[in-house]
Write a protein that binds this ligand. Structure first.
Ligand code: DAH
Length: 347
């Protein structure tokens, strides 16, 4: 038996030296400690020994078993340490790059087009007062035209210029610029606006607008048309047509709403209404913005002599522009943080 134990120890030593990974070690555990191992074979010989030998070999074999287990465990823990080592050659996870939001991209595009014509970009505050948001823009305080725009009022102390509110349009930027600057000037003013509108596919309580206006001694409606034609052709397509429809805004007189020929079916332009387009609903035209000549009352409210100066103004919704340009059918998609949707505009 002594001889067999010695051989077993030598074989184990050799095998352990040869083992090169954790699975080799697991195989050795079965070979040396399993039910059919040489050690199990030695244990099975004990019943045939004398009482004295039984004592000695019972103890020796248990010590051997412990020794084998320790050798195997030690070798295995050496491998485990190695497997956890950092592999510096392993390729890293791809870095996800963010991108600008489509509304920011469109806002920038719009501002760039007007900047090219000499308009200066200025941002007004989102928290306004009643005077800048309504009164100075020729909305009398009890006039029903305020209703369509009525907005979120803030629970703050009422100042000389009325209650504080979240502006419902970017038009108050006109007032802030005209109060502080002497004409001539041409300004574009982008930013967020707020309305207590029920949210649906085309309405939201918060959206973005761009306001544009120019004041000078001879600024006229022809200039307004020229500027808007240039913008529409740059922003949508070089062969888009414009249509001006008379409209009412308190702060402009005369006022108009502007349509572009449908960029999908082009029918407004070609006048042959053959198919029913799902974007313009067969009308051939798409409403894009409001505009007009700045009302003399607005100029006077800002301390500008309306006998000497005149100006034009226009305002458009940025979400609406983005929806028309990229064929987006629901305004809610812009603020749902759906990366799959937003990634499409990674322009
Ligand atoms: N402020 C208007 C609105 O929010 C848009 C607008 C219309 C602006 C005509 C203008 C304008 O400057 O002349 O609906």
């Amino acid at each position: 038996m002594e001889h067999e134990v010695k051989r077993l120890e030598e074989d184990l030593q050799k095998d352990i030296e040869k083992a090169s990974d954790a699975s080799d070690i697991e195989a050795l555990r079965i070979k040396y400690l399993g039910r059919k191992s040489p050690l199990a074979e030695l244990f099975s010989q004990i019943p045939s020994l004398s009482t004295e030998e039984k004592k000695i070999w019972g103890k020796n074999l248990n010590i051997l078993k412990q020794k084998i287990t320790t050798l195997i465990d030690e070798k295995l823990s050496g491998f485990e340490g190695k497997e956890e080592e950092i592999d510096l050659t392993f390729p890293s996870r791809p870095v996800e790059r963010g991108s600008r939001h489509v509304i920011s991209v469109v806002l920038q595009k719009i501002c760039d087009i007007f900047a090219h014509l000499g308009f200066v970009v200025i941002e007004g505050p989102e928290i306004e007062d009643e005077w800048h948001n309504f009164t100075a823009l020729n909305f009398p305080s009890d006039h029903p035209s305020r209703d369509a725009f009525d907005t979120f009022y803030l629970d703050l102390k009422e100042g000389k210029k009325g209650k504080q509110l979240l502006r419902c349009h970017t038009s108050p930027s006109q007032i802030r610029v005209m109060q502080k600057n002497k004409p001539p000037f041409a300004v574009i003013s982008p930013g967020r606006v707020y309305r207590p509108d029920e949210v649906d596919a085309t309405h939201s309580f918060m959206f973005h607008q761009v306001e544009g206006f120019a004041v000078g001694q001879d600024s006229n409606f022809a200039h307004l048309k020229g500027v808007l034609f240039y913008f529409a052709r740059q922003f949508f397509s070089p062969d888009v047509s414009l249509r001006f429809r008379p409209h009412f805004f308190p702060f402009t007189e005369p006022s108009a709403e502007v349509d572009i020929s449908c960029i999908i079916c082009g029918q407004g332009k070609n006048k042959k209404k053959t198919t029913r387009c799902s974007v313009c609903k067969g009308k051939g035209w798409l409403e894009v913005l409001g505009c007009g000549m700045i009302h003399p009352n607005v100029l006077e409210a800002c301390g500008i002599d309306s006998k000497k100066y005149q100006g034009f103004a226009f305002g458009m919704g940025i979400e609406r522009m983005a929806m028309l340009k990229y064929g987006v059918s629901d305004i809610r998609l812009f603020c749902e943080n759906d990366v799959k949707f937003l990634e499409q505009f990674n322009l």
